[in-house]
Design a protein around this ligand. Structure first.
Ligand SMILES: [Zn+2]
Ligand SMILES: [Zn+2]
Length: 158
């Protein structure tokens, strides 16, 4: 089953509605002193729900962005933040810098990160790649132009 951004957005709005209901009910009731702490706890829980609604909303946006972008497709995986820093052992890939792990041989599989950069080498050849792969390209491709695709396409100085 595929989860859609719309489904996540629906969860987010249900969490928002629930938050509002709890706040209205528990925040306005004139409580006995003995009950007050419990209503405070309920209001505190509503704060967590509000936070959860935001996270769900972000997850929906990120998922929608991912679905709308082509994938990098380089022949090997990278750490999205650190680039060519993965070691693979016994089917588990680990970034040597941040220690993040993936429970599959990420290093040995084609990259499935979204394309975020367009790189043009001095000969004019364009390659599209993800955040992680652009790090290695920066080190290897002197004189290339790096354009970030989702930030209005600006040229960045090397
Ligand atoms: Zn890393
Ligand atoms: Zn990549």
């Amino acid at each position: 089953m595929t989860v859609t951004p719309a489904q996540l957005r629906a969860f987010a709005s249900r969490a928002e509605a629930l938050t509002a209901e709890i706040r209205e009910l528990c925040g306005s009731a004139p409580a006995e002193p003995a009950e007050r702490a419990h209503l405070q706890a309920a209001l505190h829980a509503a704060d967590w729900l509000a936070r959860g609604a935001e996270d769900l909303q972000h997850a929906a946006e990120d998922l929608a962005r991912l679905r709308s972008q082509p994938l990098c497709g380089f022949g090997w995986g990278v750490c999205p933040e650190h680039g060519n820093t993965l070691s693979s052992r016994a089917g588990v890939a680990t970034c040597r810098v941040c220690r993040r792990t993936w429970n599959y041989d990420r290093l040995g599989q084609p990259c499935r990160e979204p394309v975020t950069w367009k790189v043009t080498d001095p000969a004019g050849t364009e390659t599209r790649m993800c955040d992680g792969h652009v790090l290695g390209a920066r080190a290897a491709m002197g004189g290339a132009t790096f354009i970030r695709l989702d930030a209005g396409a600006f040229d960045e100085q090397m």
